[in-house]
Ligand binder design. Structure first.
Ligand SMILES: Cc1ncc(COP(=O)(O)O)c(C=O)c1O
Length: 408
């Protein structure tokens, strides 16, 4: 008789983890009020719900001028366009991220330059960034991934020395803080996704935090079909409709009320998880930088040693899922995405600069190790289920390691 649930044994957790997104009467009332008001969409921009959400979001994150919009991909494209980054410019992105981080520069006409990650945090390696800078480099997009933050001190230092724009991709980092400063308020821009799985959600949506009101005004114009948003400016600029709808913003205004308590709980449980995991053989807890003062947990990532678990991360995640623990093996390494191959994408940028898209020749060993062998992503719901939620996940990981022979 096998012990592991994947082979028919008893699962560690039989009760499902709490569902996401959470909602109550407040969401229903907020949306109903917008429906009754007759002002559902985002035109004219911003509507009252959207303006209020912008104010509350910036306050929650601790700074910046917030521009709510359609999603957390156009946020990055628009940020680049607002500072004149476009055709043929180079934008440095980490190899470990969602495709949007590289797709956004391409949509703006820029070339994504993919660099390796720091194995201790799985975030962009500042040394790799420095080595990738050329006279055409204009921006860096660090991604705060897996309950970690990129080393913002090192990256801002590089950016200042080379006169680069920094757009923090905070799709996983709502509420995170670096030396007490909110993620997305340290660089020139902070890009947030509010898509339904994200820890602050409006169903679909995004927010771009801008360092100055002038940048926010330019961004508002670009996302509002180019309409002038500066009183002195009468000219249309090149833009499109990337506005947030009032119904979405109404959900956001309720979500920010719940958010501080959710962040506190996930942050506390992540620290508990770090400790509980650290004595399981073959498990490596990622290193939290002491300057990373508040953690946001969308996906909590740890690394396994396949030799000790008897399998690569894929089968380990399948075994964990069978034990009742929601998890994934995470993203593919960005340079392995076929999507960006010039012959497949047919996008103007890869087609015009094919020599910059020879991704199959790239060697990014740390991202490859994480993406192909060792990363395990736990869902945020594990951290919202109290200490029992974490205890069950840890018991399941320990069980799988102890029965490694069954996975081989
Ligand atoms: C790291 C990262 N960046 C950007 C995005 C894009 O966000 P959206 O789906 O709202 O466009 C995502 C979405 O999952 C993401 O995970």
């Amino acid at each position: 008789m096998s012990n592991l649930a994947i082979h028919g044994g008893e699962p560690v957790r039989k009760e499902p983890y709490p569902a996401w997104p959470v909602h109550d009467e407040r969401d229903i009332e907020a949306v109903t009020a917008v429906i009754r008001s007759g002002r559902w969409g985002g035109y004219p921009y911003p509507g009252p719900q959207t303006a209020e959400f912008a104010r509350r979001f910036a306050e929650m994150q601790g700074g910046g001028y917030a521009v709510p919009m359609a999603n957390g991909t156009v946020t990055m494209e628009v940020a680049l366009r607002a500072v004149g980054i476009g055709w043929g410019d180079e934008v440095i992105v980490p190899a470990y991220t969602f495709q949007a981080t590289a797709a956004a520069p391409m949509a703006a006409g820029a070339i994504p330059v993919i660099v390796d990650i720091d194995p201790e945090t799985y975030c962009m390696d500042p040394k790799a960034v420095e080595a990738a800078i050329t006279p055409k480099t204009r921006a860096i997009i660090p991604v705060h991934l897996g309950a970690q933050m990129s080393d913002m001190d090192a990256l801002m230092d590089i950016a200042e020395r080379h006169n680069l724009i920094v757009i923090e991709d905070c799709a996983h980092a709502h509420g995170a803080k670096w030396r007490g400063r909110g993620a997305g308020t340290i660089g020139h821009f902070g890009s947030f996704s509010l898509q339904s799985s994200k820890i602050l959600s409006t169903g679909e949506g995004g927010v771009l935090l801008c360092r100055t009101p002038e940048l926010a005004t330019r961004v508002a114009s670009i996302i509002d079909c180019g309409r002038p948003h500066d009183e002195a400016e009468q000219m249309f600029t090149m833009g499109a409709n990337f506005r947030m709808a009032e119904i979405q913003a109404a959900l956001g205004n309720v979500a920010v009320e719940r958010f501080p308590e959710q962040t506190r709980q996930r942050d506390e449980m992540a620290a508990y998880m770090d400790e509980a995991l650290s004595d399981i053989p073959g498990v490596r807890v990622l290193k939290r930088n002491p300057r990373h003062t508040t953690r946001a947990v969308y996906r909590y990532i740890f690394a396994i040693d396949p030799a000790v678990f008897g399998a690569e991360h894929g089968p380990v995640c399948a075994a964990l899922t069978a034990e009742g623990i929601p998890c994934w093996e995470g993203y593919e390494a960005m340079h392995h995405y076929e999507l960006f191959q010039p012959h497949l994408s047919k996008l103007p940028v890869p087609s015009a600069f094919p020599e910059r898209f020879q991704f199959e020749q790239m060697d990014l060993p740390e991202a490859e190790r994480a993406c192909e062998h060792e990363a395990v992503w736990l869902d945020e719901s594990v951290f919202r289920a109290g200490p029992q939620g974490v205890d069950d996940a840890v018991a399941a990981i320990r069980k799988i390691q102890e029965h490694a022979a069954e996975l081989r």
